[in-house]
Structures are given as C-alpha cells and as structure tokens.
Write a protein that binds this ligand. Structure first.
Ligand SMILES: Nc1ncnc2c1ncn2[C@@H]1O[C@H](COP(=O)(O)OP(=O)(O)O)[C@@H](O)[C@H]1O
Ligand SMILES: N[C@@H](CCOP(=O)(O)O)C(=O)O
Length: 293
C-alpha cells in the first residue's frame, strides 16, 4: 500500500494557454493505492458526489489502465472538481506517481506527465498536460509537444475559488478558434515577461505577464463578479490577476506583504457579487510526494 499527495495547480496564468502551469502549496488530493487483480475506485472528500468511481471515467482509473497497473485506488479529494485548480489533474498526478512506485516501474517524471495527461483527456476531451506537469514535477512548468520544463520559483500567489461550477470541457468550448496578430504579439510579450518573472522570483513581472486578450475575456464572461474581483485584488496590491485554468477560480500574484489583503479583497468582492468564495494563500509549491509506504 502506498499513499501520495499531489497538489492543486493553476494552469495558463493568462498568457500561457495550454502551456504554463504552477503548483500550489494547497489544497491537494491524497491517493492511496493497493495492488489488485482489477482496478476499483473509492472517492471521498470535496465534491466526491460529482466524481465517477467507474475507472474508465475517473482520471486516476485511466492512469491505472495506461500504466497497466491495476489497483484499488482510494482518492481523498482536497481539490474540488470543476474548480480551475486542476482537480482532475491532481488525482491523475497522484495516481501516476503512486502506481509507478507501487509497481516499481521507474518512469521519469516527464514520462508520468504524459501518462497522467491521458487521464485528463478522458474528462476534458484533450490530453492537455499543463496541470499534471506542475502537479507531478512542482514549480512553474512549460509544456510543449516535445517536452516539459520545470523552474523552481518563489512568488506569492492567491487562488480564489468561488462557489460556481465551470467544467473545463465547457470552458474549452468558448475559446476562440483564431486571434488577431496584434493580440498574438501581445500574448508573446506577456508570456516572455511572466517566464522572466518566475526565473527572477519577481511578482511584478509575473503579474504583468498574466495579461492576455484572447482566451481570458471569453472565459471571464462565465464567472460572476470577475471584473469587480480583479479590480479589488489590484486595489489591494495584486500585481496581476487572471482566470485560473478554465475557471471559475482566479489566480493573483503579489508581493508577500500584500498577500493577506489580496486574499480578503477577492473574497469580499465575490461576496458583494453574491458569490461565496474562499481564498488559498500560496507560494509556488512542490510536486507530488509519497507520504506513506
Ligand atoms: N479523480 C477526479 N477528480 C476530479 N474530477 C474528476 C476525477 N475523475 C473524473 N473527474 C471529472 O472531471 C471533471 C472535473 O474536471 P475539470 O472540469 O477539468 O475540473 P478541474 O478544473 O477542477 O480539473 C468532473 O466532471 C469530474 O466528474
Ligand atoms: N489549459 C487548460 C487548463 C484547464 O485547467 P483546469 O484546472 O480548469 O482543469 C484550459 O485552459 O482549458
């Protein structure tokens, strides 16, 4: 028997749609695996009632199939589903790391990212790896077809999760199919700025690099109170705010001294818009780890 904790993640960070991701300190999924003749799944914790226990429909079950590693899998959800905080990815990442260790397969982290991304394909329709990469490798990650890059970074973040449900599949449906060249140029500038900010542990550059004009506005329209929450966060000292993943969570960057104020401002602004929300104060965190053997 083996237990792995895999963290929530925030993908895209505005300018890095389907490319950038970052591991958060919390919340996290905790997954326990035991060898079995065939895979079975039990889910408890946040939003468990919305998560299928059929292995073919659960990201962790798909990972077990991909690794040919049948197991009884217990998932304790810390990351609520349809959050924009990589809920389905956290289970996939934890299962990949746990089953690899349980069956002593010795895959590299990057290989496990590819396997866990197949779990994501089962729920969102596409094998996007921008959540599973940071959940497995930790840090700030850049995913490309030809590989994954992970950078250790130390930048304060606030993830604010409203009590709204937005499924990644639906939110992928509103992404425009094309973009104006001006907007593409702007996005490249932002992405480069954000990457430099992560490399230099610079909250100001990270926040500026979150600005993006194609995908984010389309998705912001699905989140009640989005503009007011961004404005409140900026007034409280956030250097940048954007949609986390496919939403409805928002992610903000800030200097350490402003983190508490930014978190409160975001929760209050959601409340003013009639939406309950909670904020997670975080840094760029570590990837999945074995917590019990
Ligand atoms: N282990 C899992 N954890 C969370 N959601 C899962 C899992 N397996 C399948 N799902 C399904 O995936 C969907 C949530 O994933 P997604 O929309 O990508 O949300 P998130 O942004 O939180 O990852 C829900 O329909 C849920 O039932
Ligand atoms: N790049 C994906 C990320 C989805 O993240 P999630 O946390 O909402 O599952 C996208 O933007 O669709």
């Amino acid at each position: 028997m083996l237990t792995v904790r895999a963290p929530a993640t925030s993908a895209n960070l505005g300018s890095g749609f389907d490319v950038f991701g970052v591991a958060l300190d919390r919340p996290a999924d905790v997954v326990t695996v035991e060898r079995a003749a065939e895979t079975t799944i039990e889910v408890s914790g946040a939003g468990a009632q919305y998560i299928p226990e059929d292995p073919a429909k659960n990201t962790a079950g798909v990972v077990a199939r991909e690794l040919d590693a049948p197991a009884h899998i217990r998932i304790d959800k810390g990351v609520r589903p349809s959050s924009g905080l990589g809920s389905s990815a956290a289970s996939a990442a934890a299962a990949a790391v746990a089953l690899d260790a349980l069956y002593e397969r010795g895959h590299t982290g990057e290989e496990l990212v590819r396997v866990a991304a197949e779990g994501e394909a089962a729920v969102s329709g596409e094998a996007h790896a921008d959540n599973v990469a940071p959940s497995i490798l930790g840090g700030f990650t850049v995913v490309r077809d030809d590989g994954v890059l992970s950078i250790d970074a130390d930048v304060p973040l606030v993830a604010c999760l409203p009590e709204i449900v937005v499924s990644t599949r639906d939110a992928r449906g509103v992404v425009p199919r094309s973009a104006e060249m001006d907007d593409v140029v702007h996005t490249v500038g932002s992405a480069a700025t954000l990457t430099a900010g992560m490399q230099r542990d610079d909250p100001s550059l990270v926040g500026r690099g979150m600005d993006e004009r194609v995908v984010t506005p389309a998705r912001a329209a699905l989140i009640d109170g989005y503009d007011a929450v961004c404005e409140a966060a900026a007034d409280a000292g956030a250097t940048g705010v954007t949609v986390s993943g496919a939403g409805p969570a928002l992610i903000a960057a800030c200097y350490p001294a402003r983190q508490r104020a930014v978190a409160s401002a975001m929760v209050e602004a959601f409340a003013d818009a009639g939406v309950d929300a909670r904020a997670y104060r975080s840094s760029v965190g570590d990837g999945a780890e074995i917590v019990e053997r």
